[in-house]
Design a protein around this ligand. Structure first.
Ligand code: GLN
Length: 505
């Protein structure tokens, strides 16, 4: 999955790498998605071809209808069964793409067949359309919506609800036009305008009655919705009491979708600490060229996950800056590995220390593939076969005990259960040297004994985590690590302000 095409890769608890939309579902409904809750055309075809090879179709000609469309329906049901121990009441199924795309056609057809099979009252079709505003005409255009609904009806589905995306609220007149041409009742033509926060959207939809329309279509009798938690959240977001600036040092600087969950996690932590969190994207290659001046006046520094050598030296400089200037530092995955490299080089005096990902011939492979550690000194003798890049990843959540008396313990308590997506690990052969100089391992995986979290006890807040904590943060709950990080940043900001005042006095 390329971040250029898909934005962030979201990782489920059971280790599936999925599109970032699944992350939104987890955050909104606070439910854990599984591998089977996301599937692609490739998986459907693979499954059908395997069945055909096993003779399950008894030699019949394999066709899109019924074989592919049946398989899609089975996958949908399997996904629904996977959640809530099989006691799922409603499955929300999102079909990606655009109506009329060749790729999505079998999926739409499968949905049509499924609604026929399940019968009336068991299915509600919600169609998302675009209502563009054309500035030169000063008008919202309803034509694309009309045509998209026509296309959908042509392939057999009459939507129950239209969610009309626009940059502004759609006036009744335009909604009435859409209703008339698309055969959807006016009250079910719902205007979904650009909100300044995604967390205002539940209430936007509720006020227009979407929840009741869907419940009615599915024959669900329910109490009125209670959205007070969402309203409180939106209020806290709009009325912060403090403000901090975090420098996020990465290379996809202008693609904030690449760090979607991370941005969300920082926002959630801000909500729960009444802090407006402003993220400054710092291009690590700019640090390589121009030094760390851009990091002055930031209240905290963060190095997120990443792959590949480009920009790593700039990130290492940023980490050194955070360590030496006692600026709160959070290193996620690659951010922990680079913090280890920085410490090895600049504190332990291990010149040329690196990860074998960036320098296969480094004299000090402080970060390496597990299969590369061969002796106690950390020397690498045998190279593993790295050709199968997709298959060697450590993926998904793992329960790991936390060392008492550490920052990690104060944040997480006795156990951490967070999701992984990486190939390289901190090389245990170097840990004694790192620890002797004050860079401590605060959690280790139980079986392989791999460093899971590392920290500097002598620093106000300096922690690296081998996992991705951002995937488990929810707006209503926040996340302990991000909350602690924001609190440390606040303390840093306040200390700086006091120091500035004293200077003036
Ligand atoms: N590139 C590193 C690895 O594969 C870190 C990956 C990450 O940050 N997710 O181990």
């Amino acid at each position: 999955m390329s971040p250029f095409q898909h934005g962030e890769v979201f990782v489920t608890e059971d280790g599936a790498e999925t599109d970032l939309d699944l992350g939104h579902y987890e955050r909104f409904i606070s439910a854990k998605m599984k591998r089977v809750n996301n599937f692609t055309t490739g998986q459907i075809y693979e499954s059908v071809i395997k069945k055909e090879r096993r003779g399950e179709y008894l030699g019949k000609t394999v066709q899109v209808i019924p074989h592919i469309t049946n398989e899609i329906q089975e996958f949908i049901e399997r996904g629904a069964r996977a959640a809530w121990e099989g006691k799922t009441d409603v499955a929300i199924v999102e079909i990606g793409g655009t109506v009329g795309d060749i790729e999505s056609l079998p999926f739409v057809e499968a949905a049509r067949q499924m609604s026929l099979r399940l019968g009336r009252g068991s299915c509600c079709f919600v169609h998302l359309t675009l209502v563009p505003f054309v500035p030169s005409a000063g008008e919202l255009k309803t034509k694309p919506t009309q045509h998209s609904v026509q296309k959908l009806r042509e392939i057999g589905i009459s939507p129950d609800v239209l969610l009309c995306r626009a940059d502004r609220p759609i006036p009744e007149e335009e909604r009435a036009k859409i209703s008339l041409f698309s055969n959807v009742p006016l009250n079910a033509v719902i205007s979904v305008w650009d909100a300044d926060s995604i967390y205002k959207v539940p209430s936007m939809l509720h006020k227009q009655g979407l929840d009741e329309i869907v419940c009615f279509a599915l024959g669900i009798v329910s109490r009125p919705a209670d959205l007070s938690a969402w309203d409180k959240l939106a209020y806290a977001l709009e009325h912060p009491e403090h403000e901090i600036r975090i420098g996020m040092v990465g290379k996809y600087v202008d693609l904030s979708d690449s760090y979607k969950s991370l941005n969300e996690a920082l926002t959630h932590a801000g909500i729960h600490t009444r802090t407006r969190v402003t993220i400054e994207y710092v291009d690590s290659e700019e640090i390589e060229r121009e030094g760390t001046a851009v990091l002055k006046n930031l209240d905290a520094i963060l190095v997120p996950g990443g792959f590949g050598k480009r920009g790593t030296e700039g990130k290492i400089k940023a980490i050194q800056f955070a360590r030496e200037n006692k600026v709160p530092y959070l290193g996620i995955c690659l951010g922990m590995q680079l913090a280890t490299i920085e410490f090895a080089r600049n504190v332990c005096g291990l010149a040329g220390a690196n990860s074998t990902e960036f320098d296969p011939d480094t004299p000090h492979p402080v970060v390496a593939l597990i299969t590369e550690w061969t002796d106690r000194t950390g020397r690498i003798e045998r190279r593993s076969d790295q050709s199968d890049l997709g298959g060697t990843m450590r993926l998904g959540a793992q329960r790991v005990p936390v060392e008492p008396g550490t920052l990690a313990y104060r944040v997480y308590g006795s156990e951490v259960n967070e999701r992984h997506r990486h190939r390289y690990e901190v090389n245990n052969a170097y840990v004694p040297q790192l620890e002797a100089k004050g860079y401590k391992v605060s959690a280790r995986t139980p079986t392989e004994n791999l460093p899971e979290m590392m920290e500097l006890p002598a620093h106000p807040f300096f922690i690296g985590v081998q996992f991705h904590p951002e995937f488990t943060s929810t707006p209503r709950g926040g996340h302990p690590l991000f909350k602690a990080y924001i609190e440390a940043a606040l303390a840093c900001e306040q200390a700086r302000r006091t120091a500035a005042l004293q200077k003036v006095a």
